[in-house]
Design a protein around this ligand. Sequence first.
Ligand SMILES: Nc1ncnc2c1ncn2[C@@H]1O[C@H](COP(=O)(O)OP(=O)(O)OP(=O)(O)O)[C@@H](O)[C@H]1O
Ligand SMILES: [Mg+2]
Length: 286
Amino acid sequence: MGIELPIEWREVAQEILKDPGKVIFLGEADTGKTSLCLQLANLALQEGLRVGVFDLDIGQSHIGPPATIGIGPLENPIEDIGEINPFARYFVGALSPGSEPLRMIQGVERLLFHRPDLPSFDLLLIDTSGYVHGPQALSLKWKKFCVIQPDHYIFLERQVELEGLKRLSEREKGRKHRLQVPVEIRRKSPDARRSYRMEAWRRTFQHASTLQIPKNSSQLTMNRGTLVGLMGPGDSFLDLGLIEETKGEEVAVYTPYPRAGGIEEIILGRTNEPATALGWTSTMVK
Ligand SMILES: Nc1ncnc2c1ncn2[C@@H]1O[C@H](COP(=O)(O)OP(=O)(O)OP(=O)(O)O)[C@@H](O)[C@H]1O
Ligand SMILES: [Mg+2]
């Protein structure tokens, strides 16, 4: 099933299966993070472990739509991480983690530590984005290390591009594994990444309808087509939405969420890409 893993990768996979826990996958774009995560998930399931996957990639999301992070259990062998049903999701609201670092960390905390109903996992595989360069990226990854406290760090490296990240990880407990990225790995073009998201947006909104939701005072201007997060009690994420129009004290939101009851807050996101995917025109509304 899937690609053939290099021997070195298989050895690390075996080490992790003997001593599971929380495993974080780190590397630039197109280094095989998601593929290794998938293979390890299937291997661990075969061994009878309770496996969960936590998808922190908000640009190329696999569990749940883009702009959200999602966590879910592996119930059967899978061929794609996207087959995992999200047990819980959280709205980050951006397509690049650097634009919403606080919401990203808040989401990681909420999903890992404030969901008493979260199944317990022997092995939790944490997939991340390729945002690994520059002070902001390093600071965000370091915060994730502190919050998550991984038992294993997997660095997928072509040369020495993860030095900064590796140095930061040395401050933390957890075993560090460095893996060489194979030269034959295929790189996804920016166009391919965008069309992956466009497809994801269309799927997300395919059964959407319009809800009228009372506007809360903090929302000053809302542009038609802006992505929003509909939040319920206790900062729980209910679903995504798109601002359709605002009228007086109400806002019309196009959303797959079935009812207005229980929606306590609308959080504005930082993209209108889903509106483009749905073919909306970019008329501005107040
Ligand atoms: N060990 C490998 N050998 C050959 N090809 C691989 C290997 N691992 C992954 N690939 C291929 O390389 C491409 C990128 O892999 P993958 O999507 O797992 O990387 P990623 O680091 O998760 O990328 P992203 O930045 O999009 O999150 C995919 O087409 C995958 O099939
Ligand atoms: Mg990936």
